[in-house]
Ligand binder design. Structure first.
Ligand SMILES: [Zn+2]
Length: 340
């Protein structure tokens, strides 16, 4: 089968690899209908995260189950499924509490590389959710989005306690930030402030339900958020970048007693203890427990109530994966969808 490999910074190749096989009785093998490039794939692509040898890439996926191991009960060959990038048993105490991305049996699904024709998914029953039937082609981008980018934005919004009567600020206008806007509105937030200086992204943020756009960054951005929230700061802030600047912007944009949901993969972020002490804000972040939100998200997508697939503004055949990375790296594309 063909699959995407990262050899060195900015060296992406699509090449022949062995087709994955069932390794454990709880595994499933999926034929990928669509995969995509994640903002987090850009960290190793840019050389900011070290690469150990040629690495299979991709951890977002939607597709059709081809084969299941002997312990798999709920998922069957022929099902159209979406799963999280973290495999979970969905039964342990951590999973039951809603933190499937930290399941005691967690495995990284992306280890096999989802930007490929086939993918092995461990713990299939606890990781995958089947749609009610075979989806129409036009639904596939939105279903794929649920696998990570929507699920991560959703977790950011839930962690920030976005809800009715709340003012929500979103730091970061990548696909996760944009879908955090959508999630905050779905959760009932009244005012959703998107921080973006890119016109096409501002437009999409508005379409996803943003009520205000702030183009300023850093402390200037914080000042505008305060202005828009009666001098107090937002109730809920979603951080969707992962840098020192974005994290501090998020914490400083929250009012005392407010909540920050941080879902940008942190790189070099250090929190100043004393400022944090006096900020008096709640912090919750980490790899999103997408599995917790999948049934609800897939239901909304299946019933065409939300259309998160609009974050894909570039669609390429898998063979042109390198161009997808390049376009996202240069911010020419918000998110690239790859069709095997
Ligand atoms: Zn678990």
């Amino acid at each position: 089968m063909r699959g995407t490999m990262l050899y060195a910074p900015r060296d992406i190749r699509v090449e022949e690899r062995a087709k994955p096989t069932i390794q454990a009785p709880a595994d499933a093998i999926i034929r990928i209908s669509a995969a995509c490039v994640c903002g987090s794939d850009l960290w190793p692509y840019r050389g900011i995260e070290p690469i150990e040898g040629p690495a299979p890439m991709g951890h977002e996926y939607a597709g059709v189950v081809e084969e299941t191991g002997s312990d798999v009960r709920d998922i069957k060959a022929g099902d159209f499924v979406v799963g999280s990038f973290m495999a979970s048993d969905n039964t342990c105490l951590i999973c039951q509490a809603g933190y499937q991305s930290r399941c005691v049996h967690v495995e990284y699904v992306g280890a096999g590389g989802a930007q490929a024709e086939y993918l092995r998914v461990p713990l299939a029953d606890g990781t995958l959710v089947a749609t009610p039937g075979q989806p129409d082609q036009d639904l596939i981008p939105s279903l794929l989005a649920a696998s990570d980018v929507l699920g991560t934005g959703w977790f950011g919004a839930v962690a920030a306690e976005a809800g009715p009567g709340k003012t929500v600020a979103v730091v970061g206008d990548g696909a996760v930030g944009l879908l955090a806007v959508l999630a905050a509105r779905q959760l009932g937030a009244e005012q959703v402030i998107a921080m973006s200086r890119h016109e096409p992204r501002q437009k999409l943020a508005r379409e996803f339900g943003a009520t205000d756009i702030v183009t300023e960054r850093g402390d200037e951005g914080v000042a505008v958020i305060k202005e828009l929230t009666g001098g107090l700061g937002a109730h809920s802030v979603i951080e969707a970048v992962g840098t020192q600047e974005s994290m501090m912007q998020a914490i400083r944009s929250a009012r005392p007693g407010g909540h920050v949901g941080y879902v940008g993969v942190a790189h070099g972020v250090e929190l100043p203890g004393q400022e944090l002490f006096f900020a008096e804000v709640h912090l919750l972040g980490g790899p999103a427990p997408v599995r917790r939100f999948l049934p609800e998200m897939l239901g909304l997508i299946w019933n065409r109530e939300i259309d998160p697939g609009r974050v894909f503004d570039l669609e390429l055949p898998l063979d042109q994966a390198a161009e997808g990375y390049k376009a996202m790296d240069e911010r020419r594309a918000i998110k690239a969808l790859l069709r095997p």
